[in-house]
Every structure is written in C-alpha cells, then in structure tokens.
Design a protein around this ligand. Structure first.
Ligand code: 13P
Length: 249
C-alpha cells in the first residue's frame, strides 16, 4: 500500500515572518496525521521554516534548484546548497518554470540527477496544456515528459521520485480534473514507468495530483486508486485550509 504524500507549493508567496507564523499554527493541526506532509517554500523562507519545523512531522522542500554543484551561475541555488541547510525535497519542472523560465525535459532530467546526487527527493511535475488536451494529446504529452524526466535513473531512484500530475489548465483556475480523469492520467503515467522499469517499481512510485485542490475536493481525489496525494498551490497558503487537505480522511 502506497502512502499518501501531501505537499504544499507556496510559489512566490510568504515573507519569513508570515512563514514562521504559519508553521507555528500549522504544526499542531497536522501533528497526528499518518500522511506525509511537505511544504515547498521560497528560498528566502527555507532557513526560517527549517528551524521552526524542527522536531515536527513537517518536511521542507524548495521549488527549484540548479543542476550544477557550484560555479558561475548568477542567481542560482545548487542541490548541495539546499542539502547543506537540511532541505529534503525539491520541486523540479513545475509547469510555471517550463512556461516562464525555459525549463525543458533535458534540464528537468539533469536537475533530478543532481537532486539524487545530493540526497534530495525530487517532486517532478508533468502535465498537459488545454490545447494539448483538446487535441487529444494528453497521454502522449504526460508519458513523454515522464520518460524523459526519468531517463538514466536507477530503479531505486525512480522508486524515490515523486511525480506530480498537474494539468496546466487546472492550475490556479478553480477548474479541477474530475477524480476519474485525474486517476486515468495518473494510471497512464504509472504504466509508462512500468514499461521502462517494471511493475514493482511502478507500483511503488508516488504520483500526486495537482491543480485547484481544496479541502472540499481533496478526499474524493486522494481516495482514487492511483492518486497518492496532492501538490497544492493556492490552498496551501492558509494553514487551516491546508491542514484540512492533509487530514482529508
Ligand atoms: P493551485 O493549487 O493553486 O491550482 O496550484 C497547483 C500547483 O501548481 C501546485 O504546484
């Protein structure tokens, strides 16, 4: 039985004082959950949030990283840097990064390899645009993104990769994929992994759904057979609302 993993993606929100207040309130609301709880916060919040969440069941991730260890890459942050302060997770290839910051399947793959080299667990995002969906290309797009993202990884690394299926048309729009639809796409992703790495690996990989998840739709989505939790944007910005999503059962 796969565990449920619920991750919040704060995107470019929350100043350090707001982040600290959030953790102080959130911590007691999720302390009894059996689900895994992750908060992916802006770089400038990481140090504060890591301190504040110490000794709790809340794990901390960043929202991006560079694939090189160090060097002349002005403005970038490496996996080694994240690891050095105690970060455990990193979102890679979010559609906003693919769309606005020229992230490609190749850079996504390089970043995942660097994440593992630095003992960080990647949360890798895949998902189709509305245009691609309407053209009937959803499965082709998401299975290709998955295959290219995981290329060259060991079976063990694939098992430890979290994939977030986030249809782009559902992000921040209030439009959620139906639970059947999301489950179907996620099953396609799992089958793609099975094709390349075998059934045992595919059955272990955590695949989340993301896109307008709220406390009112979380349960229905997360109880589907292939949906192993969620990657939550807007609704993760309020501790009470996000705690309801974490405690969905
Ligand atoms: P929303 O939950 O705000 O739709 O964002 C989803 C997302 O992009 C999480 O990474």
């Amino acid at each position: 039985m796969r565990r449920k993993v619920i991750a919040g993606n704060w995107k470019m929100n929350m100043l350090p004082n707001e982040a600290i207040e959030y953790i102080q309130e959130f911590e007691s609301l999720v302390k009894d959950t059996k689900n895994e709880v992750i908060l992916c916060v802006p770089y400038t919040d990481l140090f504060y949030v890591l301190n504040c969440a110490q000794g709790t069941n809340i794990k901390i991730g960043s929202q991006n990283m560079h694939w090189e260890e160090k060097g002349a890459y002005t403005g970038e942050v490496s996996g080694e840097m994240l690891k050095s302060i105690g970060v455990q997770y990193v979102i890679i290839g979010h559609s906003e990064r693919r769309q606005y910051f020229a992230e490609t399947d190749e850079t996504v793959n390089r970043k995942i390899k660097s994440a593992f080299a630095n003992e960080l667990n990647p949360i890798v995002c895949v998902g189709e645009t509305l245009e691609e969906r309407e053209a009937g290309k959803t499965v082709e797009i998401i299975t290709n993104q998955t295959r290219l993202a995981l290329e060259g990884l060991s079976e063990n690394q694939v098992k430890n990769t979290i994939i977030a299926y986030e249809p782009i048309w559902a992000i921040g729009t209030g439009k959620t994929a139906t639970s059947e639809d999301a489950n179907h796409s996620i099953r396609e992703i799992r089958q793609e992994i099975e094709k390349n790495y075998g059934k045992d690996v595919a059955e272990e990989v955590i695949i989340q759904y993301g896109g307008s998840v709220k406390s009112t739709n979380a349960k229905e989505l997360f109880l589907m057979s292939d949906i192993d939790g969620g990657l939550v944007g807007g609704a993760s910005l309020k501790p009470e609302e996000f705690a309801k999503i974490v405690n969905f059962e």
